[in-house]
Ligand binder design. Structure first.
Ligand code: HSE
Length: 323
């Protein structure tokens, strides 16, 4: 066995994320201070054990169908395919897997739980096999598995990210992500309703084409969002958080959405948006965090929707090995 291929236990911590940030559909993302942990031991025997604690315990599969397991197998397969025979043989021996997942990120709520599962699995497997892949390599794999880069990029790099995907003529894709320096002291109040909304359902509601004026509306706001955060001019967020490309089509899934947005502004938020594909709504603010959270929860309650809020900050590290 090559020394690089350790059978020691690797622990990684991966943040939840909020994608879109209003106008930056499938493009903008922010890593948040809510985390899942992945503990992985690879071995050369037939061990197979998966345990899940916290969010999703007793719900998530603990067999080969588990998304983290599938992601680990995917990375090992990529290693086998790209490394010379010597490596191939050693990696081929790594069939045993002992995996412990400790989850805090809500499932199917627009806070990047699937991106965290994918990035956590890839990074743990990468660390367990000698860290042969860079974060950029992991971005390509994670984007391929997730289908869009906006959640996986901040989960990998941390902070605020702008991501694009190029489509090759052979239908291959290449993701590129830019992590921008955020010079603003903002917090994000995530208001999480009780019901779930799958990304698949929320994406099906979107039109294939949009009017040019709606595209222009969003281009201005998405770029202003980045400018406002980089320049520390948070007052511009009151313009920058609006959107015409996805939120209007998803409003039907989130009862009371507009009233909850109004409540956030009334209580002092700079603005609020659907987090990812929802149903969590997220307010950007510099102060009054509890008042904003309570006001938004109350607005949901008036529509007979139970919700809770958490106050989150921007995580700047992305996925890390947790010692
Ligand atoms: N950009 C994606 C969407 C994020 O809005 O569908 C999914 O979390």
């Amino acid at each position: 066995m090559d020394d690089n291929f350790m059978t020691k236990t690797i622990k990684v911590r991966v943040p939840g994320t909020t994608a879109n940030c209003g106008a930056g559909f499938d493009t903008l993302g922010i890593a948040l201070t809510i985390y899942n942990e992945v503990e992985l031991t690879l071995s050369e025997d037939n061990t197979f054990k998966v345990t899940v604690e916290g969010v999703g315990a007793n719900i998530l599969p603990t067999n080969e169908g588990n998304i983290v397991v599938r992601t680990i197998r995917y990375l090992l397969n990529n290693l086998r395919n790209i490394y010379p025979n010597h490596y191939k043989e050693n990696i081929a021996k790594l069939t045993g897997l002992n995996l412990k997942l400790v989850n805090n990120i809500p499932l199917s709520h627009g806070l990047g739980s699937s991106a965290a599962a994918i990035v956590g699995g890839l990074w743990a497997a990468n660390e367990a096999t000698g860290a042969k892949f860079s974060k950029d390599d992991i971005l390509q794999m994670a984007t391929e598995l997730e289908g869009h880069p906006d959640n996986v990029a901040p989960a990998i790099f941390g902070g605020v990210t702008v991501s694009i995907v190029d489509q090759g003529i052979d239908s291959s894709t290449k993701a590129t992500s830019l992590k921008v320096n955020c010079n603003s002291k903002i917090s994000l109040i995530a208001v999480i309703p009780e019901f779930e909304l799958s990304t698949k359902t929320a994406r099906k509601a979107l039109p294939a084409e949009v009017p040019l004026k709606d595209a222009i509306f969003n281009i201005g706001r998405a770029t202003m969002f980045i400018g406002a955060l980089c320049e520390g001019k948070t007052g511009f967020l009151k313009y920058a958080l609006d959107d015409k490309l996805h939120q209007p089509y998803r409003e039907k899934f989130i009862i009371g959405m507009k009233d909850v947005f109004h409540a956030a502004i009334e209580k002092g938020a700079l603005g609020s948006v659907i987090s990812g594909s929802g149903p969590t709504l997220i307010a950007f603010a510099e102060n009054d965090f509890d008042a904003i959270g309570q006001g938004m929860v109350e607005a949901f309650r008036k529509h007979k929707v139970n919700a809770k809020y958490v106050i989150l900050n921007i995580d700047n590290e992305g996925v890390i090995k947790n010692t």
